[in-house]
Design a protein around this ligand. Structure first.
Ligand code: G3P
Ligand code: MG
Length: 237
């Protein structure tokens, strides 16, 4: 296995996007990088959680955009996974940057959605700069205008364009926002995509691969593919 990104931290072993999941990924030398998802609270704090609501992964309800940081911090973000994680809270991006302390690369997925989170890009870049992590972070998003805004704010922080569906003129889009990589669901990576991105010098990431058989199939297409996984330990056995 060449390169592995722990998806939402080591989310097969601990509740996704929590400090425990991130610590486990940090401690494992075979994991190269960590991916997390970021939303903005009602009072403007970037927090690490996947969904737009807290319903699935905490004991609360409601949209992140409607909740303040103190309200989010009061929630239990671990019991849904296992009672032994009852102390977990939703981490702030700042807590995650402090914990990682540039020891591994961090893919920060901005869950921006057509401008829903005003100021998300500025806040995230401000924190990356505060912790001197510009060379250790990749900004990644399904919202390509969000990445365009990131480019304008800080062109030197790398950008990864995540694909939904089958975009036309993909290489043009990649070049427009000077993305260093493209990320796609592993089932939809084919030879045509690989060739066009390789010819453009663009790296290819795939999510979320939890089976060794899939890595082997993808490796036959291109052995430079970078894998995002919930269970990275299953890929290197
Ligand atoms: O790495 C990209 C991947 O995380 C995108 O999907 O829904 O898991 O954030 P999602
Ligand atoms: Mg993600």
């Amino acid at each position: 296995m060449e390169k592995v990104i722990a998806h939402r931290g080591w989310s097969g072993k601990a509740p996704e996007n929590t400090l425990s999941a991130i610590k486990l990924a940090l401690e494992e030398p075979k994991i190269d990088s960590i991916e997390i998802d970021v939303h903005l609270t009602k009072d403007g704090v970037p927090v690490v959680i996947h969904d737009h609501t807290v319903d699935r992964t905490t004991n609360g309800t409601g949209y992140i955009k409607d909740l303040r940081i103190d309200e989010l911090k009061a929630l239990d973000a671990g019991s849904w996974f296992s009672p032994s994680f009852a102390q977990e809270t939703i981490p702030t991006l700042e807590e995650v940057l402090k914990l990682i302390n540039r020891k591994k690369k961090l893919f920060i997925e901005l869950k921006q959605t057509a401008g829903l989170y005003k100021g998300l890009e500025e806040q995230v870049i401000h924190l990356i700069k505060k912790y001197g992590a510009e060379d250790h972070c990749y900004l990644i998003s399904f919202d390509h205008k969000s990445l365009q805004m990131c480019m304008k704010l800080h062109p030197n922080i790398k950008r990864t364009l995540v694909l939904l569906g089958s975009p036309l003129l993909l290489v043009n889009q990649v070049n427009e926002i000077k993305a260093s990589a493209v990320s796609r669901h592993y089932q939809y990576v084919d030879q045509e995509l690989i060739e066009s991105l390789n010819n453009n010098g663009t790296e290819i990431l795939v999510w979320t691969v939890d089976q060794k058989t899939e890595t082997e199939r993808l490796f036959t297409l291109d052995n430079r593919i970078i894998f995002t996984s919930n269970h990275p330990n299953l890929l290197w056995v």
